[in-house]
Design a protein around this ligand. Structure first.
Ligand code: AMP
Length: 112
């Protein structure tokens, strides 16, 4: 998508503080961190949100979770939360599937 913020970050048109990149996935630190550790994992292909995952694109979601497990393990993060806001009421502000990875402090439940 030409004007999607995360597509533009994935293409390198907008800089990001990258943690990991391959042909299909990108992990980068959130610009407004909500915890001492807060990074995002996105597929480079444009998927609007969790509500648009289907049999045709779910393999990349599995890869994103493999990457989350790997990055947390390699960075010594033993306790963390993965969040994907889906839709405006749930707090989604960027319409490109992304997984927040939050760690480094106690995280309350239920979330706000
Ligand atoms: P959400 O509100 O769940 O859609 O998450 C979008 C996230 O993207 C927010 O936590 C923002 O702080 C983050 N964000 C927005 N623009 C950027 C950017 N240019 N670089 C890194 N993170 C960003």
């Amino acid at each position: 998508m030409d004007d999607c913020l995360f597509c533009r970050i994935a293409r390198g048109e907008i800089p990001s503080n990258k943690l990991y990149e391959d042909d299909e996935l990108l992990a980068f630190y959130d610009i407004a961190p909500q915890a001492p550790v807060h990074f995002l994992v996105i597929p480079k292909q444009h998927i609007e949100s969790c509500g648009d995952v289907d049999a045709g694109n779910s393999a990349i979601v599995a890869k994103a979770f493999e990457l989350i497990a790997r990055l947390t393990r390699e960075n010594g993060i033993k306790s963390f939360r993965v969040v994907s806001n889906c839709g405006e009421e749930a707090g989604q502000s960027v319409s490109h599937l992304h997984f927040h990875v939050l760690a480094g402090r106690s995280l309350a439940w239920p979330p706000g």
